[in-house]
Design a protein around this ligand. Structure first.
Ligand SMILES: NC(=O)c1ccc[n+]([C@@H]2O[C@H](COP(=O)([O-])OP(=O)(O)OC[C@H]3O[C@@H](n4cnc5c(N)ncnc54)[C@H](O)[C@@H]3O)[C@@H](O)[C@H]2O)c1
Length: 270
């Protein structure tokens, strides 16, 4: 019997080829789960990328299975439709990984636009809250479940130039603890992970934001990594995914309401 056999999971923001969502969806399926991989589809490439996650899971002969569903987490109707589709396909929901997020357009506080604040709020916080709200009644009916929210080390401490991102990621930690307290009696656990620097599209896009004058991309990347205690290196998405699998499964059955840094000891004092 595999760790997550017969469990049903939804992963948001799972389409990007080098993202934590894709890596986690694959690992959940390898652990036996039936996985609904979702993402915002901006065009044909996004559709292909999302379908490719399902193909990868099938081609690995994962004991689990997967289907792809387009979901923009800023649209509550699409979230509700995804929950219905998941229940129709797999009979319920046990695990939700709220992974979708954005940091696009960050910069000096006085230059942050209204649109930037709005997008950060709607994707990073409201999208997470809406997905929890849609899924919790299904978990209650099933006798429990595990929700994992992807916050950030920026949800525990302050990184310059990321005010809107930081504010929403702190809020995700608060939301996680509130849900953990309110639904513990229903055997629903809710935890946040707080990754540091992860080598994904989003992680790499932040390198430019933090570049100092005259620095190459590689130099900036190395300088940022110098703050990581463990081998001064960035994390790979799979190193985050295995923590999500742990928080989804029975080995973490008495853990709820935590915000777990997965950051190689970066900012270990937080
Ligand atoms: N990369 C890092 O260093 C890092 C560090 C800490 C936390 N995080 C968080 O990890 C999560 C995953 O990021 P990643 O680094 O794997 O990058 P990523 O770009 O692969 O993941 C972000 C995903 O969110 C999706 N998304 C954006 N807007 C959406 C919307 N409206 N509806 C649905 N999906 C939407 C994107 O399409 C993408 O698939 C994010 O929440 C991010 O804030 C990243």
């Amino acid at each position: 019997m595999k760790l997550l056999q017969d469990k049903v999971a939804i992963v948001t923001g799972a389409g990007k080829p080098d993202g934590m969502g894709r890596a986690t969806a694959i690992m959940l399926a390898d652990a036996g789960a039936r996985v609904v991989v979702t993402d915002l589809l901006r065009g044909e490439k996004d559709r292909r990328d999302l379908d490719d996650v399902v193909e990868e899971i099938r081609s690995r002969n994962s004991i689990g299975s997967a289907i792809a569903v387009a979901v923009d987490v800023t649209d509550r109707k699409q979230i509700d439709a995804c929950v219905v589709q998941t229940c129709d396909a797999y009979g319920g929901i046990d695990i939700l990984f709220n992974n979708a997020g954005t940091g696009a357009g960050a910069g000096p506080f006085l230059e942050l636009s209204h649109a930037h604040w709005d997008l950060n709020y709607r994707i990073n916080l409201k999208g997470v809250a809406d997905f929890c709200q849609a899924v919790i009644p299904v978990m209650q009916a099933r006798g429990g479940g595990s929700i994992i929210n992807n916050s950030s080390l920026s949800g525990l401490g302050v990184v310059p130039l990321l005010a809107a991102y930081t504010a929403t990621k702190f809020a995700v930690v608060g939301l996680t603890k509130a849900i953990a307290c309110e639904f513990g009696a229903d055997n629903i656990r809710c935890n946040a992970i707080c990754p540091g620097m992860v080598e994904t599209g989003m992680g790499k896009s932040e390198i430019e934001l933090f570049a100092e004058a005259g620095e190459s991309k590689e130099q900036t990347k190395r300088r940022l990594a110098s703050e990581v205690a463990l081998q001064q290196r960035w994390a790979q998405p799979e190193e985050i995914a295995q923590v999500v699998v742990f928080l989804a499964g029975p080995a973490s059955g008495y853990i709820t309401g935590v915000a777990l840094p997965v950051a190689g000891g970066m900012a270990a004092g937080l």
